[in-house]
Design a protein around this ligand. Structure first.
Ligand SMILES: [Zn+2]
Length: 238
């Protein structure tokens, strides 16, 4: 049994995870309770995630569920989001991420259902995603029948072999919906909101011109490295 330790960091994380969940609702990415955000305290390897099926209008920081990386839920907690096993797998395999967000937002989910990656058609995309937003392979009947939620995580990390998850902080799970991530809950929710906007614009781009090309590698790099990495020039110096 893992040990659970209370700390100021964990309390802050509960507030941040709640805020990220509410940001998804405010941005119109979540219908009813179909979405979830989580965050991890890497010092203690404790994960904070939204409880399952609780209406957003009633959510409070103390409702956030604390669990360990092996999936053990802190005693006397509410039941965690049913997607917990996917979140946990991503935390184990992507050590640089600090938060995960899952929604069924309309446009990103439409690309997932069409089993199409989202090409980088413009600089909004390039600012956040350094290449196409990829689609996972189809899960087998076996993978769906046993440990489906964990296998969803495996499909994601298989697709990201050789890709830095912070360079492309989103994926489309085929026939399902997007998962996004970031260093903080706020960043992961922000990436989910931008992904939906990028997916909407890409949809309209394809409607207007079915053979529209993606931006050049030079433009993709220019915009990506403007915001990321040692040479970033966007915003104010830290
Ligand atoms: Zn889902």
């Amino acid at each position: 049994m893992p040990t659970f330790t209370d700390s100021a960091t964990l309390e802050t994380l509960k507030h941040e995870v709640l805020e990220a969940n509410l940001d998804l609702v405010k941005a119109g990415l979540v219908l009813f309770t179909f979405g979830n955000a989580s965050g991890i305290d890497r010092e203690t390897n404790q994960i904070v995630i939204k409880p399952s099926g609780v209406s957003y209008s009633h959510l409070k920081p103390e409702h956030m569920v604390v669990c360990a990386l092996d999936g053990t839920v802190k005693p006397d907690s509410l039941r965690p989001s049913s997607d917990l096993a996917t979140h946990l797998h991503l935390y184990r395999e992507f050590p640089t991420i600090g938060a995960v967000v899952h929604t069924h937002s309309t446009y990103a989910t439409s690309w997932a259902q069409a089993a199409r990656e989202i090409p980088p058609f413009g600089t909004t995309h390039a600012d956040y995603f350094h290449g196409p937003v990829p689609v996972t392979a189809e899960l087998t009947d076996e993978e769906i029948g046993h440990h489906y939620v964990h296998n969803t995580g495996l499909a994601i990390t298989r697709r990201f072999q050789g890709t830095d998850p912070l360079a492309i902080p989103a994926v489309l799970v085929r026939g399902h919906a997007p998962f996004c991530w970031g260093r903080t809950p706020h960043e992961a929710a922000h990436n989910a909101i931008v992904l939906e906007n990028v997916a909407h614009m890409a949809y309209q781009t394809v409607l207007l011109n079915p053979t529209a090309p993606p931006v050049s590698q030079a433009l993709l790099d220019r915009h990506h490295f403007r915001k990321h990495g040692a040479a970033a020039t966007y915003g104010q110096a830290r």
